[in-house]
Each structure stands twice: as C-alpha cells, then as structure tokens.
Design a protein around this ligand. Structure first.
Ligand SMILES: [Zn+2]
Length: 449
C-alpha cells in the first residue's frame, strides 16, 4: 500500500520543481530568522536570492552536529519556543545533548512520513502495531506511534525492555506489525524461542527496524526466527526522527527517501564534493518543510549511496543503500578503514555464529591489533555442549577450531585485514536496554609526540 501516492509516485521532474520551490522559501526563511545561519551565509557571500533551485545547493554551507551543540539548546530554531508543540533530544551521553523542536505542522509531517514508512513495510489501517521503540526524549517511540495513528492502525505503546512481557503482549493482542531496533528484534526472537513458541505460531507479519546500522544477515535471522518480513526504516532526530527513508516490502533493496520533505545528496567524506548516483559517500540532507528546526545541508555522517531508478513498487522516490556505517564509527586499523558492519557481513557466510560480535582494537608497540569476539549461535552451542557431555571432546574441539578459522578467513577476504577471533557462548556480550549493542572498544592510547 502507498500512503501518499500523489507524492510517492510523482514524476521526477515535477518533484525537482517542488523541491526547488521549497528550497528557495526555506533558505530565505532561515536567513531571516536564524542569526547564526545568516552570519554564516554572509561570511561566504551567499544571499537567499542566489539560490534559485536544487542545482544551486552546492553554494550553501554544510551544517554539522557541532553547530547544534554550539548553539545549544535553541540557537538554530527558526520559531519561538512558544510556537512549538514538542521537544526531543539525543541522549547526550557525552557533553550537551542535541535538541530538536516541532511545530504543529512539523508533527503532522512526522506522522505522515512514518505512516508512509509503515505502509511501505506492509502495514495497513486496522492492523495492530507493537511499538517497542523507546518512548521519551528519543524520537523513535513517539514518531512511529504517531505514524501508526496517522495510518489508522491500533498502536500499543509498549516501549523497550521487559522482553518476557513483550512476547506475552504480542501473543495475547495478536500484533501484526513490530517496530524496534534490529538487535532488539533478535532479543525478542530469542525470548520466543526460549518460551518454545515456533515462528509459525507468532501473529507478527511485518517488522520495521532501524536506528542502528544492520545487515542482510540480521534481516535473514529476524525474518526466519519471527516468521515475518523485515524492512529498514531510517532517520535521525536532527532531520525529523524515523521516517526520513524506508524500504518497501516489494524490493527490500534500498530505502525510499521522502524527498518532498528531505533533499538528499551524497558527498565525498574528505573533500565534500558532490558524488554521482551509485557512488558511496556521506549522506547530507536539507530539510525542505521543517518549520521549527530547518537545517541546510546537514552532515549525517552516515555512509551510503543513492539510486534514482523507478522501483517495482511504483514509487519514484530515490532509494538509499543500507547504511554501511558512520564516518565517526569508522575504525582505522593498520591503516585500513574498517566499519563494524563489514565484520558482520563477513560473518554472515560463517556457519555457527550469531549476529552478536564486538571489535576490540589495541596497540602493541606501534602495531594495531584487532580482536573480534563473536557469539556462537544457539544451535552450535547446544551441539558443542552435547559433544562435551558425551565425552566427544575431540569432535567439539574440531568444530570450534573450524568456526574460528572460517571466521578469520572471512574477515581477511571481506575486510582485507587479519584479526584474531574469540568465540563466546550465546548471550555473553553486553546488551543495552533497548538491545542496542556496543560494537567497538578501542583501547589504543593516543601517542603523544
Ligand atoms: Zn520500492
């Protein structure tokens, strides 16, 4: 189902015209109302009248997360605080949180883009949405809540945590659609298995997951363990929250960007130069309709590529590839760029591993060392334990050696780096409350010259 076919299937020339008109209006509004941005545009000698359309986007300066922090809390807002209906903020574990605001019109857009995403993921009016995203300052919970209501769904605002209860409510209420982070979807799946409920008995039919990078390996796991179809939903609070882009169930190959509201570019992470479609770089987004916090060319830090070919679902909205990682999550080990998701993708081809892993980077002398801790799958762990119990220690040992060698070879082949793999029993790595896994521990000390 397509929630707003008149825009989601719009002719691309018409779409660019709409984007250009909205961009002109947005830039002049920001210039008038946000002194910080006016000063920045004056500095580089750009006037709002210089921006005639999308093709002039490159003239505008990049906005970064640090600009939001430097103007904390409301310095980039284009509306008075009293004109807002809601404020969200990042958790801000270090330093100042990032604060975002919404007017009534912004909230309406938020609800609609999340409704488009839910519809793209298979949801329909009347279906029951089990929303296990965190409610609170984080945009995930309330965003999809409103999206579900906008689409006409029955929303259960269960939020995250207390996994046993999640399973009970899904079964008792007959939830058909699940929303949460991909790692929490797997945590819920494990709880179903623990309670002896088979995938075929679970009423869920569709899952929309996001808010952290994930891979096709995890998709296959979630699909088979919960017996449903999983699609990606992408967003970030600075732009609006979830609903910036979403996958359709037809293709599940790239997330359709809601381009009538969010203008996307891919730029070179080093030079900032615009990259052509298909090439990988950093996603930069300009909000076209946001009233409270309009952002010009916001550097998301997410590494992806764009595809503007028409999709088999009928949508003409451009698709962005699954986010490979964030420029700030990227590790440089022995001079090689390593994204945690590459390790996960490499492990996808190794029998016996679960999608939970952790990278430990250390330095011995001047040499970087990469260790990867990987959890065994439940099945293989049971097999190994059974071997040990029946005194077939050699068989168990051989199996574990084989998995470790396969994992190390997969990393060498896929990432181009040698790493030591340590196998762990299932459930051994720490999980945070929302199931969001900590993927990297960098123990290298900064060398003082
Ligand atoms: Zn599609």
């Amino acid at each position: 189902m397509i929630f707003e076919p008149e825009v989601e299937m719009m002719d691309r020339d018409e779409l660019v015209e709409l984007q250009s008109a909205r961009l002109r209006e947005m830039v002049s509004r920001v210039y008038q109302r946000v002194p910080f941005m006016r000063a920045r545009l004056d500095d580089i000698g750009v006037k709002p009248s210089d921006i005639r359309g999308v093709s002039d986007l490159w003239r505008l300066p990049i906005t970064r997360k640090s600009d939001l922090r430097d103007t904390y809390p409301f310095g980039l807002f284009a509306k008075d605080k009293s004109d807002l209906l809601r404020i969200h903020a990042s958790s801000g574990t270090t330093g100042k949180p990032t604060v975002v605001g919404y007017t009534s019109a912004d909230l309406e857009v938020f609800g609609k883009v999340c409704a488009r995403a839910l519809a793209g993921g298979g949801a329909q009016p009347g279906m029951l949405l089990h929303n296990a995203y965190g409610y609170g300052l984080f945009t995930g919970g309330l965003g999809l809540h409103q999206g579900g209501e906008t689409l006409g769904m029955v929303v259960v605002p269960v939020s995250t945590g207390m996994t046993e209860r999640q399973v009970k409510l899904i079964m008792d209420f007959g939830a058909e659609v699940l929303c949460c982070t991909p790692s929490y979807a797997l945590t819920i799946a494990l709880e179903f298995a623990k309670q002896g409920i088979a995938p075929g008995e679970i009423p869920l039919r569709y899952a929309l997951v996001g808010a952290e990078p994930w891979t096709e390996t995890m998709r296959a796991e979630i699909d088979s363990r919960l017996g449903l179809r999983t699609v990606n939903i992408y967003g970030l609070s600075e732009i609006i929250g979830p609903g910036v882009s979403f996958e359709c169930t037809e293709e599940r190959h790239g997330s359709h960007i809601n381009e009538d509201h969010f203008l996307a570019e891919i730029v070179d992470p080093e030079t900032g130069a615009l990259l052509p479609d298909g090439e990988e770089g950093v996603l930069v987004i300009t909000t076209l309709t946001k009233e409270a916090l309009p952002l010009i060319r916001y550097w998301t830090g997410d590494v992806t590529s764009l595809d503007r070919a028409k999709c088999s679902c009928g949508r003409t909205l451009a698709r962005m590839a699954m986010v490979k990682g964030r420029t700030d999550d990227m590790l440089i080990v022995k001079g090689i760029n390593v994204y945690p998701s590459q390790i996960e993708a490499a492990f996808g081809g190794v029998r016996g591993l679960s999608p939970y892993y952790r990278l430990l980077v250390d330095r011995s002398g001047t040499l970087d060392q990469l260790e990867v801790e990987a959890e065994l799958s439940e099945e293989v762990f049971r097999e190994v334990t059974a071997d040990f119990l029946s005194d077939e220690i050699i068989e168990a040992d051989q199996l574990l050696r084989q998995i470790r060698e396969d994992a190390q070879q997969a990393i060498r082949e896929n990432v181009g780096i040698s790493a030591r793999v340590t196998l762990l029993e299932p459930q051994r790595l720490p999980r945070s409350d929302g199931g969001k896994a900590q993927r990297v521990v960098d123990k290298r000390k900064v060398l003082v010259s």
